[in-house]
Design a binder for this molecule. Structure first.
Ligand code: NAD
Length: 573
């Protein structure tokens, strides 16, 4: 087996000491430099004759690969092309990605990754990460033990693929998500590619189409459930604690029931978080702060409605409540400022069928006394907009068109500048298009969306539509937590991340009604967010390492990996 070890030289640059030589080095995505192998390293590692005579630079390689990328005619082809490059040469992949973030993040991650998950068993080329299933879960510790560079693993993204994006159960295909998110940890936070580990818990699938697909790569059985499922996850977590003691764990795209249960079960046992719940909460909160800056109003003066009470919606409601409590409100006072709605309308005490994880946002049974309602048994979003005077509305329902003209107009009648965020993805699931919202409110609303939308031109003004993408938050949470060796990830670390992100949106963007910065600024944004997260962990006493607060910025900077080729030396490892 190829053996190597990374260390820093006297200038602080990465160097790999490599025990092997010859062709196999070209097959290792971390060590490979392809045509950019310098001539002296070709000699040193007996690569002579395996490469064209001209040694490229990284810049020429990026130009060559970008040319190839632009020749691909579909987004799925582009995805396959980039993934194949990542499997051959990670340094080149990240150099290319960082140079074209705006264009390539939607390929490497949403929306294209959704299709890549659906097509996983058809487009599978080369393996990445770890697959655990009922037949190997009892050997999980051996599997982890033999993983290359095990002790350096800092970030694990794990899914069981039951709640992939807006497309549900994707069985083993959900692996596209941990792979994509790991890539964003590298691109945005500069965590070293070898230190990120994607994991899929293949506990079966209830997706008939996959079960009947002869090319399907996952186990062909219905999903584990109940105790069997939780025992499986327990074994995984025990293995992580044992074998990856320095890792932060991100739960990703579990079904909403399991997402809440697993977060609660493990958040004090292992440094872990759920991006669908907490990351969504923080990024939406950042957008709300931005909108309030535009309006010149205070958080504590708002009345909120969260439409869609799943992972995202409850995450946002919790985040708003945490922030309101931080502003001096009691938990009850904060909760009273938030209406949470699911497919049966407002969640309230005594209502039929309220899932356990929504109960914390139940309003009192008589909350709508004195309101005029179309149907007293179900209080709809329109009822809330007409009667309560909500000033901030966020949509996580996945129901296209659910922010109707009537609802939006009703909001605008009650408040001067309604904040309306239709955050459901993909584009065809959006609760209302930004253009419609601006038209219906005569340009008074402040809008951001979950999917990318082009600028809206209305009555001579250009409105830029910010995208409430979790990528603004989770890489900074991960990096901040890693830097201080956080023992747990607290809700306040997410509040800090959201608040910092909002601070980093420039005045020019706010002037265009845009509450999120451009994706191309991802690294700079992540630096700020990570530093704030690290500082909050220290303040809250959850840091496992001693770091002087005034050294944090420097530490963040020094820890961010930049894709450039490291020198290779020969030696035993
Ligand atoms: P989820 O399945 O956990 O929750 C969806 C919720 O919507 C469910 O509770 C469901 O009961 C509710 N719902 C369904 N029909 C409804 C209706 N007619 N009226 C009211 N509520 C209804 O999914 P999730 O992870 O919370 O994601 C929901 C949507 O939000 C998806 O489209 C997802 O893409 C989007 N999302 C966006 C971001 C972002 O922009 N940053 C982050 C997370 C989720």
């Amino acid at each position: 087996m190829l053996r190597y070890h990374k260390f820093k030289d006297e200038n602080g640059d990465d160097v790999y000491r490599v025990e092997s030589e010859g062709y196999e080095i070209l097959r290792n995505s971390i060590l490979n430099k392809g045509s950019a192998f310098p001539l002296e390293e070709r000699k040193l590692f007996n690569l002579d004759g395996y490469l064209p005579s001209v040694a490229s630079t990284l810049e020429t390689q990026v130009a060559r690969r970008y040319e190839g990328f632009t020749q691909k005619t579909s987004d799925l082809e582009k995805y396959i092309y980039l993934r194949a490059l990542q499997d051959r040469n990670e340094t080149l992949f990240y150099a290319l990605l960082l140079e074209h973030l705006d264009e390539m993040v939607p390929i490497v991650y949403t929306p294209t990754v959704g299709l890549a998950c659906q097509m996983f068993s058809h487009i599978f080329r080369f393996t990445r990460g770890i697959f655990l299933f009922p037949d190997n879960i009892d050997r999980v510790e051996d599997i982890f033990q033999s993983f290359p560079d095990r002790k350096n693993i800092e970030m694990i993204v794990v899914t069981d693929s039951e709640g992939i994006l807006g497309i549900g159960d994707q069985g083993i295909g959900g692996m596209g998500i941990p792979v994509g998110k790991s890539s964003l940890y590298v691109a945005a936070a500069g965590i070293h590619p070898a230190n990120c580990l994607p994991v899929t818990l293949d506990v079966g699938t209830n997706n008939e189409e996959l079960l009947n697909d002869p090319l399907y790569l996952g186990i062909r059985r219905e999903r584990l459930s109940g105790d069997e499922y939780f025992d499986f996850v327990d074994k995984f977590v025990k293995g992580v604690k044992e074998k990856f003691p320095n890792a932060i764990l991100q739960w990703e795209d579990f079904s909403k029931q399991n997402a809440f249960t697993l977060l609660q079960r493990y958040r004090n046992e292992i440094p872990s978080f759920n991006d669908d719940i907490q990351g969504t909460g923080a990024v939406t909160f950042a957008g709300i702060i931005g909108a309030l800056k535009i309006k010149g109003e205070k958080l504590t003066d708002q009345l909120f409605a969260v439409f869609g009470a799943g992972a995202g919606g409850i995450g946002v409601a919790r985040q708003i409540r945490t922030a309101l409590i931080g502003k001096g409100l009691s938990k009850d006072e904060a909760g009273a400022r938030i209406y949470v709605l699911d497919r049966m309308g407002v969640v309230f005490e005594g209502r039929e069928r309220v899932d356990e994880y929504k109960r914390e946002f139940s309003r009192s049974a008589d909350f709508a006394r004195g309101w005029s309602l179309d149907n007293p048994r179900e209080v709809s979003l329109l009822d809330v907009a007409r009667n309560a005077g909500i000033s901030v509305l966020a949509g996580f329902s996945g129901v296209a068109g659910s922010f109707s003209e009537e609802i939006v107009r009703a909001m605008a009648e009650k408040v001067d500048r309604p904040v309306i965020f239709p955050l459901s993805n993909p584009t065809d699931k959006t609760e209302a298009t930004p253009e419609d919202i601006y038209r219906w409110t005569d340009g008074k609303a402040i809008v951001s969306a979950g999917s990318p939308f082009t600028d809206v031109h209305y009555k001579g003004k250009v409105y830029v539509i910010g995208q409430g993408n979790n990528v603004y938050i989770f890489p900074g949470i991960g990096l901040g937590a890693i830097l201080v060796g956080a023992k747990i990830i607290t809700d306040e670390m997410f509040t800090a991340a959201g608040t910092k992100l909002a601070e980093l949106v420039s005045k020019d963007w706010l002037d265009a009604n845009c509450v999120y910065p451009p994706i191309s600024e991802l690294r700079t944004l992540c630096r700020g967010v990570a530093a704030e997260v690290a500082e909050t962990a220290i303040e809250q006493g959850v840091a496992g390492k001693t770091v002087a607060p005034d050294m944090i910025d420097e530490l963040v900077e020094s820890r961010m990996w930049v894709p450039k080729y490291a020198r290779l030396t020969r030696g035993s490892v």
